[in-house]
Every structure is written in C-alpha cells, then in structure tokens.
Design a binder for this molecule. Structure first.
Ligand code: PLP
Length: 387
C-alpha cells in the first residue's frame, strides 16, 4: 500500500493517534443511558474551547451546515442582513443568506484584507433596518483574521445580533464567545478541533434565543436546521432531534480531551501561533511573500504568494505531492493561481510535518527553478518559542 499523503490542508486535517483509536471503537447508541456522560463531558470540553456558558449543539453536518443552521434560525425570509465580504467563505455565507431569501447588505472589501470597521459602521448607519451582522472570523481562503471583537461591539451598539462563522477559527486562537458577546457561533470538527469532517457545532447566546424564539412563533422555519426544534427536543431530555453521529463524537471527545487536559487550550493556541510564525519567517527567508499582512494573519492557515519564479501556485503543490508526499491547497476566486495555503492545524502544526514540508519547498526552488537556496534556510523560524 502506498503511504497516504500528509495533509497540509486547512481541513480536513491529519488527526492524532488517540483520536483515530477512539474513532475505531465499537459503535455506541445515543438512545441509551450510557451515552449521557460522553455527551455531557464532550459539551463541557466544547464550552471550554468556546469560552462560553451558552448552549452548544452538536450536529451531523459540514461547517456550512452549522452556518446554515444559524442563518435559518436567526433570520426570517425577506429580512435584511449585513455581511462582511472579504473572501470565499464570506461569499459562502452570503450565498447561504440569499438561499434563505434574505436581502444581503454586502460589505465588500479586498480579499486578503481584514474587515474595515469604518466601512462596516457606515454600512450599518446607512441600513438601520438590518436584522443582524454576519462575519467569518478566520477567512480560510485568504488566511485573514477579522476583528470579531470590534465587529461584535459595532453590532451590539445597534442592538443587533452577530453571527460568526468560526469554522476555521474556533479552537485555533483566543475567540472568547462570552467575553465578546458573540450570539451565534458556528464551527466544524475538521479544523482546529482536530477531528475528521462530519460534525458541526453552534453556540447560542441568550440574546440569540430571544430572537429565535420570537421568530419561531411565525413558523416556516424548517426542521433539522432549526435551533427551536433542537431546543424542544432538549426539553424532552434529548441531545438532538435525530440519531447522532456517535462514532464521530467519540473521536471528538478524545481530541478535545487531548487539547484540554494534555496540551491545554493555551498550549494548543501557542502551537498554532508557533507554526504560523515558523512558516511565515521561514518562507520569507527563501523569497516568498505572504498574502495577508502580519497584523491580520490567521493562526490556523497561511496563504503564501507564489514565488516570483513561478507562473502558477500549482507548480509547487504538484512538486510537493509528487516528491515529498504532501497535499497542499491552492486558492480560488479572486486569488486563483496567486497563492497556496499552508495549514497550521492538526498534525500540520507540528515539527514532524513542518520540517520536511519546508525542506520540500527549498527542494522545489533548487531543483525546479535552479535557485541557489542554502540548505535549511527555510527553517529559521523552527526554533522560535511556543512549541
Ligand atoms: C471559514 C469557513 N467557513 C465555512 C466553511 C465550509 O465548511 P464545509 O466545507 O465543512 O461545509 C469552511 C471550509 O473550509 C471555512 O473555512
């Protein structure tokens, strides 16, 4: 059997051995009493990761499903919703809003830039009738971190809820849901929580519940992606309205236990920040530029602009796949061909992966481009603190 490629993708990510072991256990039922402690402990870990006392639900869904649940539950057909538009997943959120017949106030700024607070403030002032603000915390497509705390403050100053797509953010850096008053926060299993794809998560604040309950009274809110329905089932002592993805939750439980009890949440963030810095410093040292400026750079993924010697970013990804057994992402939409993306999540954010990965990029410049890169020049950031 050929060796499976190592994933340097911003999802799915390569997970740790204890998670793989937990995923392989005998299948459990969520309808028997022995499930309760596993679910409760898992929710307890999630609350620590989200830094919240809010309700958290575990769905069988992709990240987009979690965002869809937030949109479907919080807003009503025909309402206006403001959305920050600065990357492909921001665009995905806008598509979901439009699929629910919502009118979008599209606050567009450059891909590769963080949200512009003055522009957002002006858009909210111009549209005082919006029902809420939607933002992607960490724009995975460009490697940009948006100023979620400040955006939440702008929304709350107008008594609006904020819906945060934290799919590639939550768990990867400090995103304190309660401290920042984030109303609906959506994420998924296969990013910084270091579990395979398949689970979505939504946290719901008191303010969000009030709005959701009021809207539920109008009806027509769907069934699975409807938080009111989940609340009703919870009232009957059920964790979900449907059969749950119990094996995936066993894997999630193992991964969160590792993060919280072994690595510690702060240690987990520090490892990602270390990997971010090691990639940025190392690749800059061999002639690459980063798509996002340092002050808004993501801790979970870095978009690296193609080297001046390259016509298309795909060249380096093909080389790494063929010669070094790494799978790396490109970019799409407005940045197609311009940058490749390096994940810092899961095993990608470890010395075991990063060292051969960076040496592989040096190898590309030397053998494919004839550039005289000193051996090890890309490793200058590896000794930085944090891991
Ligand atoms: C920020 C963000 N939002 C939404 C999604 C969509 O997640 P999924 O592909 O699991 O639906 C992704 C996926 O990478 C993402 O990074």
């Amino acid at each position: 059997m050929t060796q499976q490629p190592k994933l340097m993708l911003p999802g799915p990510v390569d997970v740790w051995d204890e998670t793989l072991v937990a995923l392989g256990q005998k299948v459990r039922s969520n309808f028997t009493d022995d499930w309760g402690p596993i679910q409760e402990e898992t929710i307890g870990y999630l609350k620590q990761i989200f830094q919240t006392q809010n309700d958290i639900f575990i769905l069988t869904a992709a990240g987009s499903g979690a965002v869809e649940m937030g949109v479907a539950s919080l807003f009503s057909r025909g309402e206006k919703v403001a959305a920050i538009n600065n990357g492909p997943f921001a665009w995905r959120a806008i598509e979901i809003l439009r699929a629910y017949d919502l009118e979008v106030v599209d606050i567009e700024n450059g891909w590769g830039c963080g949200a512009d607070l003055e522009q957002v403030e002006a858009a909210l002032a111009q549209h005082p009738d919006v029902a809420g603000l939607v933002v992607v915390a960490n724009e995975t497509g460009t490697g940009v971190r948006n100023p979620v705390q400040e955006l939440a403050a702008l929304a709350h100053a107008r008594n609006l809820p904020i819906l945060v797509d934290a799919v590639s953010g939550m768990g990867g850096y400090d995103l304190p849901v309660d401290q920042w008053g984030l109303d609906l926060v959506c994420t998924s299993s296969n990013k910084a929580l270091e579990v395979p794809p398949g689970l979505g998560f939504v946290s719901v604040s008191e303010r969000a519940w009030e709005l959701i309950d009021a809207k539920q009274a109008k009806g027509g809110r769907g069934w699975y992606y409807n938080l009111s329905n989940w609340k009703q089932y919870r009232g009957q002592g059920r964790y979900a309205p449907t059969t749950m993805a119990t094996s995936m939750i066993m894997g999630l439980h193992a991964s969160l236990k590792r993060i919280i009890e072994v690595e510690t949440l702060q240690g987990h963030w520090a490892r990602y920040a270390w990997a971010q810095e090691a990639v940025r410093t190392g690749l800059r040292n061999i002639g690459f530029e980063m798509l996002a400026p340092d002050d808004v750079a993501s801790f979970t993924v870095t978009a690296v602009c193609k080297h001046p010697s390259m016509a298309h970013e795909q060249e380096v990804r093909d080389f790494l796949a063929a010669k070094h057994n790494f799978t790396v992402s490109g970019t799409w939409g407005k940045t197609t061909g311009q940058a490749f993306r390096v994940s810092h999540m899961g095993r990608a954010g470890s010395k075991e992966y990063l060292l051969p990965f960076l040496l592989g990029i040096e190898d590309f410049l030397r053998t494919e481009k004839g550039i005289d890169v000193p051996m090890g020049a890309s490793l200058v950031g590896m000794a930085l603190p944090g891991y």
